[in-house]
Design a protein around this ligand. Structure first.
Ligand code: SF4
Length: 373
C-alpha cells in the first residue's frame, strides 16, 4: 500500500516483493555503489552481485576499505538446523565461498539454540542435522573447513553468552515488538543470541574481527537493525563496531511461492535422488504461455519463471543465461526444451556434489565442537 512501511518478519512467511521500496525505507544502498571499492580491494563483484541477486548493502564500503588497508575482515552467517539443505541455502554458501576466496575469515553459526527453543526441534536432532546436512553440504560446495569456523550456539562459551545477557539490558520490549511483532520468551532469546552471533567475533576471545559482513535475505533485516543498535548502545561497556550486511533476493520456490524445506516440492534438496529432482524441475512453474503456438508468437516471460531463477541463481554462465533470456523472449524456445537444458546443468552439478558430499561427510563431525548437552 502506498506510503505504508513494508513490514518484514524473520519468522514469518511474507515474501518481500518490493525490494526497491525496502531499500528506500530502511536506507539500504544499491550494491553497485561498492563496485569501485571492490576493485580497490583487489576483488571483482560476485556473480550474484552482477546479476542483482545480491542487490543492496549497509556499510560494506567500510569493510572493503578496511580490507584495502590490509586489516583483517570476516564474513558471518547462521543456519537454523531444521530441515534438509536446499538450493536456497546454496545461495548463501556461494557468497561465503566468494568472500573466503577473497581473504575473508568465515564464521558459520549453527543455530541449534534457536532450532530447539523456537522450532521445538529436539537438541540431538538439531546437532545431527547441523553436522550431516548443513556443515557437510557446505564443505561439499567448496567452503574450505580449514579457513572456516563452524560453531554451535550452545557450545560457544561464556563471553558469547555474556554478550547476549548484556544485550538484554539494552533493548526494551516495545522496541522488540516494533521489530518482530508478537514476542515470546523464546523469540526474545533467539533474537539476542543472534545479535551475539553477529557481534561476538569482535571480542578478543574469538579473534577480534572488527570488520564483519553478514549476507542475509531481505527478510532478515530486522535482526540486522537490532544488532546495529545494540552495538551502538554497548559503548562504555564493550566497544563494538556496527556490522555490515548485504541483502539478497530470496529465490522463489518452484511453485512460485516461498521456497521452504517444509514444502518439499517447492525446492530441490541437494541430496534429492536424481529422478526426484528431475520430476520437481519438470513440474516447476514457468513464465510460458498457455499453448505452444502462443509462446512461439508472443515469447515467454523469464521474469515470471522459476526455472529461469534456477538458471540465474545456480546453473548458467552469463552467456548461457543471456541466450536463454533471448530465446525465451523471442519464442524460439519452448518450456519443455528449456527445462531439459536446465536439467542437464543441474544433473551435472548434483552428481558432482554427491561425490564431494561423501567425502565431506567423513570429516564434517571433526570440524566443529558439538554441544555436550
Ligand atoms: S522458455 Fe524457459 S525461461 Fe522461458 S518461460 Fe519457459 S522455462 Fe522459463
Amino acid at each position: 500500500m502506498a506510503g505504508e512501511e513494508p513490514r518484514i518478519d524473520p519468522w514469518g512467511t511474507l515474501e518481500v516483493k518490493d525490494y526497491k521500496r525496502l531499500m528506500e525505507v530502511f536506507g539500504i544502498k544499491p550494491i553497485e555503489t561498492v563496485f569501485p571499492l571492490l576493485e580497490k580491494a583487489g576483488m571483482k563483484p560476485s556473480v550474484h552481485m552482477r546479476r542483482g541477486i545480491v542487490f543492496g548493502h549497509r556499510d560494506l564500503d567500510r569493510v572493503l576499505e578496511a580490507r584495502a588497508r590490509g586489516e583483517r575482515v570476516a564474513v558471518l552467517t547462521g543456519f537454523m538446523p531444521s530441515g534438509r539443505f536446499h538450493f536456497g541455502h546454496k545461495l548463501t554458501v556461494d557468497q561465503l565461498i566468494y568472500y573466503q576466496r577473497n581473504g575473508f575469515k568465515v564464521f558459520v553459526a549453527i543455530a541449534d539454540a534457536e532450532a530447539s527453543i523456537v522450532r521445538r526441534i529436539p537438541r540431538r536432532e538439531a546437532v545431527r542435522i547441523g553436522v550431516e546436512e548443513y556443515i557437510a553440504n557446505m564443505i561439499a560446495l567448496g567452503l574450505d573447513p580449514d579457513k572456516t569456523e563452524f560453531y554451535f550456539q550452545t557450545a560457544r562459551g561464556t563471553p558469547y553468552y555474556r554478550l547476549a545477557q548484556l544485550f538484554a539490558g539494552k533493548v526494551t520490549a516495545a522496541e522488540m515488538e516494533a521489530i518482530y511483532g508478537d514476542l515470546s520468551p523464546a523469540k526474545i532469546m533467539a533474537a539476542l543470541t543472534q545479535a551475539a552471533d553477529i557481534l561476538h567475533v569482535q571480542l578478543d576471545e574469538y579473534g577480534g574481527y572488527k570488520y564483519v559482513v553478514v549476507p542475509v535475505g531481505a527478510d532478515q533485516d530486522p535482526h540486522l537493525r537490532l544488532t546495529r543498535d545494540l552495538a551502538d548502545r554497548m559503548g562504555g561497556i564493550i566497544e563494538l563496531e556496527r556490522p555490515a550486511s548485504t541483502y539478497h533476493k530470496m529465490q522463489r520456490g518452484l511453485d512460485g511461492a516461498k521456497m521452504s524445506s517444509s514444502r518439499p516440492d517447492s525446492t530441490i534438496f541437494l541430496t534429492d535422488p536424481l529422478p526426484e529432482a528431475r520430476r520437481k524441475l519438470m513440474r516447476a512453474l514457468t513464465g510460458g504461455r498457455a499453448t505452444a503456438e502462443e509462446q512461439r508468437r508472443l515469447g515467454g516471460v523469464p521474469e515470471a519463471c522459476t526455472v529461469y531463477d534456477m538458471d540465474m541463481y545456480h546453473l548458467m554462465s552469463d552467456e548461457e543465461l543471456a541466450k536463454i533470456y533471448r530465446d525465451c523472449r523471442s519464442g524460439s524456445i519452448l518450456c519443455g526444451e528449456c527445462k531439459l537444458i536446465a536439467w542437464e546443468r543441474m544433473k551435472a552439478l548434483m552428481e558432482e556434489h554427491g561425490s564431494r558430499l561423501e567425502e565431506a561427510r567423513k570429516i564434517a563431525w571433526s570440524v566443529v565442537e558439538t554441544p555436550r548437552f
